[in-house]
Design a protein around this ligand. Structure first.
Ligand code: 9MG
Length: 303
């Protein structure tokens, strides 16, 4: 049982040995299409980026084969979810067309349709969401938090889970002097509003995950405050997903290039879990799973 959640008065159930009950305790499964993910231990979402800079430049076919091998490896390493993305969301990244994105991700999703873990589609485009769900995706990871009404409709009409992420601006502009009065309160208010909008559209709470969007329109200081206070987002009553893996904030803290941020990424994932994250989105699944096994053993939980 997770214990990192803030104690909320309305969630206290005295009959259960007078233990304060966290929101996560009250709803401990994420409904992801045909999958029901047990959130009583932290889950690991492995990242598969199908962008030209991610895999070999040997053409679409080789890129697809390499992405499939990589996804299988992540699952063998212990990934609970595999997140497939065909458009980079890094600061400064250029948008790609719907067709290009479909060409990149659909063969991978089709190739993984019978995997024992849910496949998530990382996209903001409703057309890509719809095609990905038809091809077997069980989750939508939308860094735009379903603010496009067509995206909201696609998810509402399906049984898939959704990750609603906070961001300021878009990848071209988001690091241009982001400003907040109170970053935790503003991110939390945005996510509260997006949860309400999703529920209004017919997306049940059991299908929703929220995410503060580390690095998306935030300075290093904003990211650190959000990580320090991550448990406050748990008060919204939804599982929190944290994506810190290899991000530039870790480069700023360690001085390491993106390929040398394994230790910092694992440390950040553990900190996020200790502050209540139910899912961590990572590149390095095996190292993260091992680190979480140690944490869980110390906490007296199953490994
Ligand atoms: C696609 N992507 C890149 N970073 C991310 C993060 O932190 N969270 C989510 N949900 N998606 C992300």
């Amino acid at each position: 049982m997770k214990s990192a959640f803030p104690l909320s008065a309305e969630c206290a159930i005295p009959s259960l040995f007078s233990l304060p009950i966290s929101p996560m305790y009250l709803r401990s499964y994420l409904h992801c299409g045909k999958f029901k993910l047990d959130l009583s231990r932290p889950l690991v979402m492995g990242i598969v980026n199908v962008t030209p800079d991610s895999f070999s430049d040997g053409g679409q076919h080789l890129q697809c084969a390499a992405a499939l091998v990589h996804a299988h490896q992540l699952i063998a390493d212990g990934a609970d979810i595999v997140d497939i993305g065909g458009e980079s969301s890094r600061p400064g990244a250029q948008p790609v067309s719907i067709q290009e994105e479909l060409d990149r991700v659909l063969p991978i999703i089709e190739g993984l349709h019978d995997m024992p873990v849910p496949i998530s589609i990382d996209t903001c485009k409703p057309e890509v969401m719809e095609a990905a769900i038809a091809a077997g995706a069980q989750m939508v990871n939308d860094i735009n938090a379903l603010q496009d009404p067509a995206a909201m409709s696609v998810v509402a009409a399906s049984p898939v889970a959704v990750c609603l992420m906070h961001k300021r601006g878009n990848p071209q502009t988001m690091q241009a002097q982001p400003h907040y009065q109170d970053v935790v309160a503003e991110v939390s208010e945005f996510l509260r509003e997006r949860i309400a909008a999703a529920e209004m559209a017919g997306i049940e709470r059991k299908r929703i995950v929220i995410d503060p969007g580390f690095g998306f329109g935030k300075t290093l200081e904003h990211n650190l405050v959000l990580l320090r206070e991550l448990s406050k987002l748990g008060e919204l009553g939804m599982p929190v997903l944290a994506g810190l893996s290899r991000k530039s904030m870790l480069g700023a803290l360690t001085g390491q290039d993106v390929g040398d941020r394994l230790a910092a990424s694992v440390a950040a994932a553990l900190i996020a879990v200790q502050r209540g994250a139910g899912i961590v989105r990572v590149h390095d699944v095996r190292a993260t799973v091992d680190a979480l096994k140690v944490l869980n053993a110390v906490k007296g939980e199953s490994v």
